[in-house]
Design a protein around this ligand. Structure first.
Ligand code: ASP
Length: 586
């Protein structure tokens, strides 16, 4: 038998018990005749104690050869510790070892396997199996497991059925590039890996499975931005015979349940529901962080026509109020100016107005504006004496985006983004389409199966840019955790949508004939959502990186540095697939 107990469970009540433990050597300490080993497994650490002269010589001798990460099995007696360690659950006891077996040796690990490691990210990814031995990493995988279990429990009680959908499918244009897989049996043809199970879950609705979910891998061959993975996991859901409101209620219920079950936190429902245009006006962003106010205010009217050329020549002037920051120093203001001028943000400059506690104003544009004007701005921006107004001007959409970045920066500086506070909301009524200047065509903002709002359908051909969709995102603390829509379930409307996206009837048939056909056999009204599961875990775990919550993630160039993928394949494999590699030359 390898173990009767694990390394995390022995307590003072267990003293005098004989136990068998197995685990890894976390550390060995030798203090002149006394030797201690911390033995580690998934459950914790237990201290083993050895004493020269008192313990069997053969055992003491064996210890010489034992190093970090050796795998041991021991048989011993639980004894009370002389100096207890209150930080360790097993800190009251230690084991006097009677039998010691080395089950496996270990090379010196490339980094220390402790909570705070000296290993850099690359090294830890190359030896991810060693990284996983560290408690902080293991805890994140445990959190993920708990989340997945809770999702299944909740959706099961709500009559959802978990159905698997295929990974080898046909390309579905959902905005990203597909990963493709050559077929050996059908020379010259390819499968694509799903960007999401979108069309399949819709077909399940046509199939009468009126509540579907799946915790499922999705694949998108995108240039990787921070916090993206080429394969990631969704909690994918779809329902029939539902209105948008019912979908939102159902899934805020799921998220409320997860908060309660996994974090013991109560979040109130219904979540705030905010139309896209309102989110953009008030926060400059379609995923606003509602943990703090500092809303963006439009001061264009109150700021133009006073002879300040920079303001007079632009489309939009907006500001935010940083409470109690009127005493910001020159250096602090300069930092903010540097911040907005960063190329990623791209503002030309920043106007500040300090609303001093004595009621006077001090600003970078004193020359152009009088006290009355500043008072007017303060009223709009909701600044009080002691506050600092920060103002940006330019093209409306760009300026709103820049103000949104500045707002987040100020939120961070003022410590307003509390890690243990959660403020979820739904952003609704997204535009159906997005115009792309480069290719001179519309793209679906969500995906081609999203339904326009019924009252906007008449605008589809005359004013497509203004058509709103029955689409929604769930946003928590500035993070988009999920998104979905009510779907088109009518062949003609779907065809009109494809037309807007530039598909001819034949092209649409070739690509989506199966879905359009299905709609001709009695399709129920339906809609759904998908949550980014990795991201949801990261949000619950309180860290930024989704990579931490994936057991074997890819690095930021899409490589798995541990197994060394992607990699070349043999000429024989290529031949079987009737493929040859051609090198692109300039
Ligand atoms: N399939 C969509 C996505 O992956 C989600 C949905 O519309 O349900 O974004």
């Amino acid at each position: 038998m390898y173990r009767t107990k694990n390394c995390g469970e022995l307590r003072i009540e267990d003293v005098n018990q004989e136990v068998v433990l197995s685990g890894w050597v976390q550390r060995k300490r030798d203090k002149g005749g006394m030797i201690w080993i911390d033995l580690r497994d998934r459950y914790g650490l237990t201290q083993l104690v050895f004493e020269e002269g008192k313990d069997d010589d053969a055992i003491i001798k064996k210890l010489d050869n034992i190093g970090r990460e050796f795998v041991l099995k021991i048989v011993g007696i639980v004894i009370e510790r002389f100096s207890k360690n209150p930080d360790l659950p097993t800190g009251d006891i230690e084991i006097r070892v009677k039998e010691l077996h080395i089950l496996s040796k270990s090379a010196t690990p490339p980094f220390t396997i402790e909570d705070n490691t000296d290993g850099g990210e690359d090294l830890r990814m190359k030896y991810r199996y060693l990284d996983i031995r560290r408690k902080p990493v293991r805890d994140k995988l445990v959190l993920r497991h708990k989340m997945a279990q809770a999702v299944r429990r909740f959706l099961d009680t709500q009559d959802f059925i978990e159905v698997e959908t295929p990974y080898l499918i046909k390309s579905t244009p959902e905005g990203a590039r597909d990963f493709i897989v050559p077929s050996r049996m059908h020379t010259g043809t390819f499968y694509a890996l799903p960007q999401s199970p979108q069309t399949f879950k819709q077909l399940l609705m046509v199939g009468g499975i009126d509540k579907y979910f799946q915790i499922v891998k999705c694949f998108r061959d995108e240039d990787l931005r921070a916090d993206r993975q080429p394969e990631f996991t969704q909690i994918d859901c779809e329902m029939s015979f539902v209105t948008q409101d019912e979908v939102l209620t159902q899934f805020e219920g799921l998220v409320q349940y997860l908060f309660k079950e996994v974090k013991g936190i109560n979040v109130n429902t219904p979540f705030v529901r905010m139309p896209y245009t309102e989110a953009m006006e008030r926060y400059g962003n379609d995923k606003p962080d509602l943990r703090f106010g500092m809303e963006i205010k439009n001061i264009s009217q109150a700021a133009q026509g006073k002879g300040f050329q920079v303001f007079d020549s632009v489309e939009y002037i907006g500001g935010i109020c940083a409470n109690n920051c009127a005493e910001y120093t020159r250096k602090q203001i300069d930092e903010l100016i540097e911040f907005v001028k960063r190329p990623q943000i791209g503002a030309k400059g920043l106007v500040y107005v300090k609303y001093n506690s004595d009621g006077s104003f001090k600003s970078s544009v004193d020359k152009f504006f009088d006290k009355d004007t500043f008072n007017q701005w303060a009223e709009i921006i909701e600044a009080k004496p002691g506050d600092l107004m920060l103002i940006l001007a330019g093209d409306k959409n760009k300026t709103l985006t820049q103000l949104s970045e500045l707002r987040i920066e100020m939120g961070n500086r003022l410590d307003l983004r509390k890690p243990n506070e959660f403020k979820p909301l739904w952003v609704t009524d997204f535009p159906l389409l997005e115009w792309d200047d480069e290719t001179q065509r519309f793209y679906a903002m969500h995906h081609p199966f999203t339904s326009p709002k019924p009252e906007d359908i008449t605008l589809m051909e005359s004013n497509p840019a203004n058509v709103r969709a029955n689409a929604y995102d769930m946003v928590i603390n500035g993070v988009e955790v999920g998104g979905g829509s009510i779907r088109i379930f009518d062949t003609d409307l779907q065809q009109r949508m494809f037309n807007l996206l530039g598909f001819t009837e034949d092209e649409a048939k070739a690509q989506f004939g199966f879905l359009m056909d299905a709609f001709t056999y009695g399709a129920p009204p339906h809609g759904g959502i998908a949550f980014g599961f990795d991201r949801l875990c990261a949000l619950f775990g309180g860290t930024e990186s989704i990579r931490d919550y994936i057991a074997f993630p890819k690095n930021n160039t899409g490589r798995d540095v541990m197994i060394d993928a992607p990699a070349t394949v043999s000429v024989e494999q290529l031949k079987e697939l009737s493929l040859s590699i051609y090198k692109q030359t300039e």
